[in-house]
Design a protein around this ligand. Structure first.
Ligand code: SAH
Length: 353
């Protein structure tokens, strides 16, 4: 039995069953045994691959989109360019490389990375050497000024709670123990203030998910954007409103039982973009699919330009990467993009109505 399993069983024995959010937080971020704290989970050898790791085109188009938005807001001479959960630093490196094509953008940017994992911080330090990045543990530690920000596959890692509808109340799904193993059980029915609006669009027995840390994070980002200008681009798998159990564990690129190997598998849930929009104290764009967003920004033209200097295996890999990022059977439809921006009609390329 792993050390983290013993620790979880001890805690359940003394305090009773815990919420999925507490379980996720311990599995992902425990200082010693946490999934993110102890490894680099990305890439072919790891557990999952993200869009910036699939192709440089993803970060390039996002970089140009952020830089255009910065121009459209008067190109302030100093701003925070932040990334939440930067992984290996690939996306930020691509943003900064392409950003050089927009005069003044990179020079005006203070690069800030919100990252809790020491292992990933050191990867980011290598990849972004020369850009003098700084790190903070949480979004509330970002400077209070103009903020342009990107988050790809960050919100899906935030701990969620799950509730099952029972009449006008909700039963929480909680992690308990049976015969020395972790199991999921159902607590008694209680009203949930935060789910009051979900009584209108759910039926008996439906499962909904709630991300307790999401409103605070969005308020921090949106507050800076509303007060000082800027924008945030949030890319993740999920949809408008949460319905059903989307809690999942991945190990070696395959789904596994989320309770079998705590701290050894990536745990995520789909992102509820409606919850982000509700929590934002600034304006938000429409929700777009990743495929449509990248197409509107010109990924096909960029793919063709890159293809002109490629051949053989490299070209095949490049064509597969384009398909992977945009095709509805791959990441194109499951992944969505939402922009946060100041009120007052900023038209965002790729996210305009
Ligand atoms: N954005 C990257 C990596 C996604 S993996 C990419 O697209 O490749 C999720 C990232 O979020 C990792 O860097 C992880 O360490 C970080 N992370 C997860 N939860 C976090 C939290 N609560 N606070 C700060 N960083 C977190």
């Amino acid at each position: 039995m792993s050390d983290l399993t013993s620790l979880l069983l001890e805690r359940i024995a003394s305090d009773g069953p815990m919420s999925l959010a507490d379980y996720m937080a311990l599995c992902l971020m425990h200082p010693e045994y946490g999934y993110y704290t102890s490894r680099d989970p990305l890439g072919g050898q790891g557990d999952f691959t993200t869009a910036p790791e699939v192709s440089q085109m993803f970060g390039e188009l996002i970089g140009l989109s952020l830089a255009q938005n910065w121009l459209d807001q008067g190109a302030p001479s100093r701003f925070t360019l932040a990334e939440l959960g930067p992984g290996r630093g690939t996306l930020m490196a691509d943003v900064l490389r392409v950003g050089r094509q927009v005069p003044g953008f990179v020079e005006a940017a203070d690069v800030l990375l919100v990252e809790m994992s020491p292992v990933l911080r050191s990867r980011q330090k290598e990849v972004l050497a020369g850009h003098d990045p700084r790190w903070v543990d949480q979004v509330s530690d970002l400077p209070d000024g103009p903020l342009w920000c990107v988050a790809n596959e960050f919100f899906d890692a935030l701990p969620i709670r799950q509730f099952q509808r029972a009449g006008r109340g909700w039963c929480e799904r909680r992690v308990g123990a049976r015969d020395g193993a972790l199991t999921l059980g159902l607590a008694g029915e209680t009203p949930q203030e935060a789910l009051a609006h979900r009584l209108e669009d759910t039926s008996e027995g439906d499962i909904v998910e709630l991300c307790p840390s999401l409103p605070g994070i969005v308020a921090e980002l949106g507050g800076r954007i509303a007060r000082h200008g800027g924008a945030a681009l949030i890319v993740d798998y999920g949809d408008w409103g949460s319905l059903g159990d989307t809690f999942q564990a991945l190990s070696g690129h395959s789904p596994v039982d989320p309770f079998a190997t705590p701290g050894q598998a990536d745990l995520t849930a789909h992102v509820d973009f409606e919850a982000i929009a509700r929590a934002a104290p600034c304006a938000h764009s429409r929700l777009s699919t990743q495929g449509a967003f990248l197409e509107r920004l010109g990924i096909t033209q960029r793919a063709q330009a890159l293809a002109n200097v490629m051949s053989d295996a490299q070209l095949e890999q490049h064509i597969a990467a384009h398909r992977r990022l945009t095709h509805p059977d791959e990441m194109g439809t499951l992944f969505k993009v939402l922009g946060l921006m100041p009120r007052g009609g900023i038209v965002w390329p790729g996210l305009a109505q």
